[in-house]
Ligand binder design. Sequence first.
Ligand SMILES: Cc1ncc(COP(=O)(O)O)c(C=O)c1O
Length: 402
Amino acid sequence: MAKKEIYLDHAATTYVRQEVLDAMLPCMTDIYGNPSSLHSFGQRARKALEAARASVAASLHARPEEIFFTSGGTESDNWALRGVAAAQGSKGRHIITSKIEHPAVLNTAKDLEKAGFRVTYLDVDADGVVNVDQLKEALTPDTILVSIMAANNEIGTIQPIEELGRIVKAGSKAAFHVDAVQAVGAIEVNLEKWKDVDLLSLSGHKFYGPKGVGVLFIRKGTRIGPMITGGSQERKKRAGTENVPGSVGFAKALELAVAEMPEESRRLAELRDYLIDRVLTEIKGSRLNGHRTKRLPGNANFSFDYIEGEGLLMYMSMRGVAASTGSACSSASLEPSHVLLAIGLKHETAHGSFRATLGKTTTKEDIDYTVEALKDVVNMLREMSPLYDEMKGAERQCTVKK
Ligand SMILES: Cc1ncc(COP(=O)(O)O)c(C=O)c1O
């Protein structure tokens, strides 16, 4: 088969689509004023920024004054946790999150522990779904924040956000933060339906928008301190001259992602299921990580017995397939995935996952090519693996004994 180049790492990042670039370009050349300036240059930039805010609000079924532009998902997550801790720390010292959150939440929670907050890390089941009973039990009058992601970046499992929100509000006065960085554009994110969600993090580069721009939705009435102090931008909550081109690009990308979501998610889910079925039936000793159906339409995450993830990725990359072992941030490290450990995989298996995340450019031919390449590479790596040799030896002995 001729070598191709196939990008199956859309959960790590996406390209900027042309319509988004077209919307952004004038904000770098003609509309370059500072939105805080009172002259016409500034006012044109202010108008573009506020139109972007209104558009984001409409896409999410929120109000413009609840939309705050940030530098991305990491900042939004940090702000949600640290901002609530700062504003409500005198009211309570307990925070709840889950064991499979993105490091932007987990490491921030760990930092808050050092500052004297108590953090409960909820377990997940073997599919990666948060334990609802444990959440009910964990809520106390001291709980000020619950932070649970809408969909996991590694294994794609989708959480029952409406149900979790109801439980949080029935059992406490805590604010409910949702990291929806992977969810938006893939599943419906509607803040009228998710009425118990007080804070929501988004990141532009996950849905064909620019990198380095995100949003924190802050529902009216939520008590949260600023994270970046300085000038009075973003209603004195997030200082710094606004990223007008980024915000305009974010809004355009979100508008398109939300409009195209029903059709595109159906298409991706079909391709995903085709990939999953072929891998599970054609590659012996493979398993799917994450929920079989309650998963992001573009996400497939596999483990292969006797295979080490980094080697697999490298050889797949040599065959032209760009995939990942987990989150982009941890795939360069040799630490096992905290998500795979949380769903009960053994240490050695948690090292060896293969995440393929599909997107706009993905075709059925890409999937066919990927499966054939995977079959070859898995076979080759197993032939090289001493563990696999031992296993085959043991199998042979069993056959002889019989
Ligand atoms: C679930 C989740 N949260 C947060 C982030 C961080 O977003 P950003 O790259 O915009 O900082 C990511 C990025 O991979 C993510 O997948």
